[in-house]
Design a protein around this ligand. Sequence first.
Ligand code: LLP
Length: 414
Amino acid sequence: MSFSRQHGTLTVEDCAVDDLAARFGTPLYVYSRAAIESAWRAYDAAFADRDHLICYAVKANGSLAILQLLARLGSGFDIVSGGELERVLQAGGDPGRVVFSGVGKTTAEIERALEVGILAFNVESESELERLSEVATRLGREAPVSLRVNPDVDARTHPYISTGLRDNKFGIDIHAAEAVYTRAAERPGLRVEGLDFHIGSQLTELEPLADALSRSLALVDRLAEQGLPLKHLDIGGGLGIRYENETPPSPAALAESLGALLKDRPQRVLMEPGRAIVGAAGLLVSRVEYLKPGHRDFAIVDAAMTDLLRPALYDAWQRIEAVNTTADETRLYDVVGPVCETADVLGRERALALSPGALVAIFDAGAYGFVMASQYNARPRPAEVLVDGAEAHLIRARERVDDLWRGEHLLEAP
Ligand code: LLP
């Protein structure tokens, strides 16, 4: 187990969290290398019996050292911007294992992706197809294309992170996709290779994914009949993790349930998990500044919605524990940050035994944590540490106050 308690103190692998906080300060993101690697390996092993590639969704956590760990395991990457592409390259990732998703790819981003030679563009609209064809032709390249279809299934997750319904901006309506494929095959500069879908995030049921896959396979069959055989199927990401009492399916259960549908299919299977690889592997550690008793008991900590946005944005629940077990009285605290917004809440009504100066750990913060951090209220973003056994590596320095105005200019004239 990567996270455990020893003599009442929370540890990550062989490092005590209170030592890490003393050494690196708070708020602090702490990740377990073993947890990340074992989650990736479990995913990979689940699909071992067929040709497959895991394209880790960089958006979940794009820190270079984490991308480097995954690249060394042989991972591919799912990116949604030119910035994410450069991160992957900077971390030593193989561009030949990169798929590029997203509804708004710019011309410059397309040029760069063609230049480095990515595995596939997950194309989300006919206008994007047109632009891709123009750019590739101008550069004398062939763009590998996968159409992201919108299978119109309800992923039964939070509406903000559901993407596979007809009402969402993502993908090409599956009913229109056949005609789009035909036109894509006729356009110069394109090589039609795959089909892709991603129906949402934090999925706790397999049925919507299986539905999306069967609808997609029916399309794949129609395309093959028309002489348009596809080389790969990208089933997206989305497997949930257990934040509270959800029971998300394991990668093995996913592989088993889709395996029946994919049996005897020659296509290589790509997938784009993010949260399931890094989510449970990270903590946000924060120090209590003040306790404010009253009508509600507030624990005001030094982390805020600027460091971990999920509770404020999605009303997401993440487990919070005191780092050290103490004899302090247990009360139901609203754990809040110092930002001047009522939404600046990390957890409501949590039974915690705290005193000022105590440390708290917010669990399952490895995905959509640091990446969604901001400097709102002029708060430097936190540091990140990767624990590997008894060693702790600072993988991102805490921002300094002068980072807050990097790139800004005072007016010169009086
Ligand atoms: N592929 C595509 C095309 C995506 O849009 C996403 C996530 C993924 C893969 C990875 O999904 P995952 O395996 O991590 O569920 N900020 C939200 C989650 C937004 C997810 C956006 N797309 C949150 O904190 O819950």
